[in-house]
Design a binder for this molecule. Structure first.
Ligand SMILES: *Cc1c(COP(=O)(O)O)cnc(C)c1O
Length: 489
């Protein structure tokens, strides 16, 4: 059937966009994307709109009749793009950068076109088998043992939720079956993580019924790493008081400072007490691809599960989080539920990934990771990650060399915590100064940094993870910081 005949017959009662139009707009969109990536200077990194400004430009009611694609694309440019904070720009240094590399963008287009729902093996065998193979490649690249198998979720928050639910199920308390509420036979469950753990851990505990009181935050040492003696003491104290410890979450690359918990020692505690050890390596895990950064995985081979996010520092657009576990069976036991209509002849011989989490429908995310791993290769990825680490170390050395600035934490990876600290300022004045510096740099359109609080001091954070970030961008950020400092300091 020719493209036009499809069009004529179907336009009467609806149908999709005519394919000749699709081709034309498709080319236009790809050109838009290439121009976008080529000219970061056209866009402020941090969107400069005020709250409500975008919504005010959109009609309050939906269109009743078809609108032309030209108009839709024009409004995309005029209304939507100004309200975008450009995570893809080389001046994005806030939070942990997340980056859409070109190969991954192409894969996302194809994934949208296929719209494969990877819920069962048969609902797209390639999506399932590619997920298995691609995650096994990633496992090898970061040096995890063969006993770890992977599943892709949307975010680390979900990956950790799944791990914590599996840990809860592994207590043998039949919570999956009987729930938690109204049960007199159930001890209160306790999960341990450090004070520097990501807030998603606490939220996951809320979601799986452990409650905020069920999360005990363990103090950290001077370098923001979990204090293992304090962990041991907390577990003993809780046990004596009738709590049931069930899970420890260690962090490799904490969100504020990228500190690395002593996983090997924590694993020893977990093995003594038969606790599930989950490692949150959402940001830092992928850095283990760099041979000299393999130390990051020290002890992780003893964990029950570990999460890392290719959608942070592995040039893969949101969303794609990888959970690896030595106990995929326990995850299945926590979630697997197969209604009649999902039973298939090949059940038992294939993996149906929807049995390993709360979601049935699943995007075909493995495709973009496959494109990224192939387009750059292990060595190409290691080279890029190593360069980001080098740039961050350079930036840290500029801070260290300038007496008006100070570093607020060690810099094991590509994220630097620092602040301005000129002589003669008390803490409230430093707070104000650093806030002004941050606001000024972020209003510059050229760079975007975020902050944290360390020892109750406002701390600026510069994190390098964009595939397009070069030394010049980092130098420019340093210039902007210094010029803001001279304006207020
Ligand atoms: C970013 C981050 C998370 C949350 O990741 P999402 O994928 O956004 O849920 C969790 N833990 C750590 C250590 C992180 O850096």
């Amino acid at each position: 059937m020719s493209e036009t005949r499809v069009t004529e017959a179907w336009q009467e009662c609806g149908g999709d966009m005519p394919l000749d139009q699709f081709r034309a707009y498709g080319r236009q969109v790809v050109d838009w994307i290439a121009d976008y990536l080529a000219h970061p200077e056209r866009y402020p990194v941090l969107s400069q709109v005020r709250p409500g400004e975008i919504a005010a430009q959109l009609p309050g009611s939906p269109p009743g009749t078809p609108e032309q694609m030209d108009r839709i694309l024009k409004d995309f440019d005029d209304i939507i793009v100004p309200g975008i904070t450009h995570w893809n720009q080389p001046g994005f240094f806030a939070y942990f950068p997340s980056c859409a590399s070109a190969p991954a963008i192409l894969a996302e287009m194809l994934s949208a076109a296929l719209n494969a729902n990877a819920m069962l093996w048969r609902t797209s065998p390639a999506a399932t088998e590619l997920e298995t193979v691609t995650l096994d490649w990633l496992r090898q690249m970061i040096g995890l043992p063969r006993s770890f198998e992977g599943v892709i979720y949307d975010t680390a928050s979900t990956s950790s939720l799944v791990a914590i639910a599996a840990a809860r199920e592994a207590t043998g308390l039949s919570i999956r079956e009987k729930g938690m509420s109204g049960r007199r036979d159930l001890p209160r469950l306790r999960l341990y993580c450090s004070e520097q753990a990501h807030s998603s851990i606490e939220r996951d505990a809320i979601a799986v019924g452990i409650g905020q009181e069920g999360v005990r935050q363990i103090p950290v040492d001077a370098e923001f790493r979990m204090d293992v003696a304090a962990l041991r003491a907390a577990i003993d104290e809780d046990t004596a008081n009738g709590w049931r410890p069930f899970c420890v979450v260690a962090t490799v690359g904490t969100t504020s400072t990228t500190s690395v918990d002593p996983v090997r020692e924590i694993a020893a505690v977990c093995s003594e007490r038969a606790l599930w050890l989950h490692v949150d390596a959402a940001y830092a895990g992928v850095a283990a691809i760099v041979p000299e950064m393999r130390w990051l995985m020290e002890g992780v081979d003893e964990a029950d599960s570990v999460v890392l996010n290719p959608h942070k520092w592995l040039f893969t657009p949101v969303d794609l989080s990888a959970l690896f576990s030595r106990r995929l069976d326990a995850i299945g036991e926590a979630f697997s539920l197969v209604p009649e209509y999902l039973r298939t002849p090949e059940s038992g011989t294939v993996r149906n990934y929807s049995e390993f989490g709360p979601q049935l429908g699943r995007r075909f995310r493995a495709l973009k990771l496959w494109f990224v791993l192939r387009a750059y290769g292990r060595d190409g990825l290691a080279t890029r990650l190593r360069e980001h680490i080098r740039l961050a170390q350079d930036f840290a050395s500029w801070i260290d060399a300038d007496p008006s600035w100070e570093r607020m934490a060690a810099t094991p990876l590509a994220t630097v915590c620092f602040r301005a600290c000129p002589d003669g300022y008390d803490e409230p004045a430093l707070e104000q100064l650093n806030q002004s510096i941050l606001d000024t740099v972020n209003a510059s359109s050229e760079a975007y940094l975020s902050h944290t609080r360390l020892h109750d001091k406002l701390t600026l954070r510069l994190s390098i993870g964009q595939i397009r970030t070069e030394e010049a961008h980092v130098r420019r950020a340093w210039e902007l910081l210094q010029s803001a400092f001279h304006r207020y300091g």
